[in-house]
Design a protein around this ligand. Structure first.
Ligand SMILES: Cc1cc2nc3c(=O)[nH]c(=O)nc-3n(C[C@H](O)[C@H](O)[C@H](O)COP(=O)(O)O)c2cc1C
Length: 312
């Protein structure tokens, strides 16, 4: 049974995002932001109040970094969320975070975060505090990547802000595969063993590696077949273009063969009126007939081929 509790900012879990920016004097600033998310696959959308030092910084550098906090930087993350760079100039220094310049944007990258996004400013509305940034690059702590370059988010221990209880929580276990669990009707049990789904993935990889030579040969063979098919299609299309554009002349030849003109030319040829040195296959009985019949044969063949192609 539901109980109504009024308007609350409870779209949970909320992330703990540490926004890094440069002050005018080149030192770094950081703030904690929980009102943030991806707007689409390459833009971020945040709510940051206009009075924040962070906003003044972003408006002149046109850039910022977003650090996903984890359990290890919880205390400092909270500190930069309580103290403003407007009042405390050495705020970042006090956290102990070491900062280097991002290679992608004009903003600092703080060490010891699992993941950092380098963003450029797309828009900021001081009226409603809506900040939109475009992601230019993402940096991840390399120990979170396996040998295949896959990111293991469950090892990040990401920190989330819990607005209902004004506290922090850590993101929990992996419990199922997205875009698959529902479709396969998978009944994935909640598991506190984070390694189980990864080992399944590894087993699958190993199974696929087992037949590698045959697999590679098959891919190569199919690649050749695909390319040959494409070039045959191009040739056939070219021939059909030619054939179709010849239709008018072909019809004229068909009409000639059954015309009075043909009979007169045939007679003239037999009387030696047509010079012997020119080819006169068209005035024989069989050759024109065979060529015209071949049109019917081709029509039937194309019809049968079309049926096969379309029934695929
Ligand atoms: C958990 C937490 C979440 C916060 N989320 C936001 C937020 O989404 N937007 C915002 O404007 N301020 C937020 N704040 C407040 C700022 O982090 C705080 O005012 C900070 O001192 C601003 O720093 P600056 O003035 O140096 O930019 C949050 C603070 C905390 C502790």
């Amino acid at each position: 049974m539901y109980k109504s509790i009024g308007v609350k900012p409870y779209l949970m879990p909320m992330p703990v995002l540490i926004i890094g920016t440069y002050n005018e004097d080149g030192t770094s600033n950081a703030m904690n932001a929980a009102y943030g998310s991806m707007r689409d696959s390459r833009t971020v959308s945040l709510y940051v109040q206009a009075k924040r030092k962070t906003i003044a910084n972003i408006l002149w550098t046109k850039a910022f970094t977003i650090h996903l906090a984890n359990g290890e930087n919880r205390q400092e993350a909270d500190f930069v969320g309580c103290v403003s760079g407007n009042r405390v100039a050495d705020k970042v220094e006090q956290t102990g975070w070491s900062a280097t310049k991002s290679e992608d944007v004009e903003a600092p990258v703080f060490a010891s975060f699992p993941l950092v996004m380098a963003c450029t400013l797309l828009s900021y509305d001081p009226e409603d505090g809506h900040l939109v940034g475009e992601v230019q690059n993402v940096l991840v702590e390399e120990t979170l990547l396996d040998s295949y370059g896959h990111l293991h988010v469950d090892e990040m221990a990401l920190l989330t802000y819990n607005p209902a209880e004004k506290c922090y929580n850590i993101v929990g276990d992996r419990v199922g595969e997205a875009f698959a669990t529902g479709l396969n009707n998978e009944d994935q049990e909640e598991s506190d063993d984070n390694d189980s789904s990864r080992s399944t993935e590894e087993e699958r990889r190993q199974a696929l590696i087992r037949n590698r030579p045959e697999r590679v040969a098959r891919v190569q063979r199919m690649e050749r077949v695909m390319n040959e098919l494409a070039s045959l299609q191009a040739e056939l299309n070219q021939a059909l273009d030619h054939f179709e554009s010849f239709k008018e002349q072909s019809d004229a030849f068909d009409a000639y063969y059954s015309s009075r003109d043909w009979m007169d030319d045939y007679e003239a040829s037999s009387l030696g009126i047509i010079p012997e040195e020119i080819d006169q296959g068209v005035l024989t009985e069989d050759l024109p007939y065979d060529v015209l019949c071949e049109n019917d044969e081709l029509g039937r063949r194309m019809r049968d081929l079309a049926r096969k192609l379309l029934l695929r």
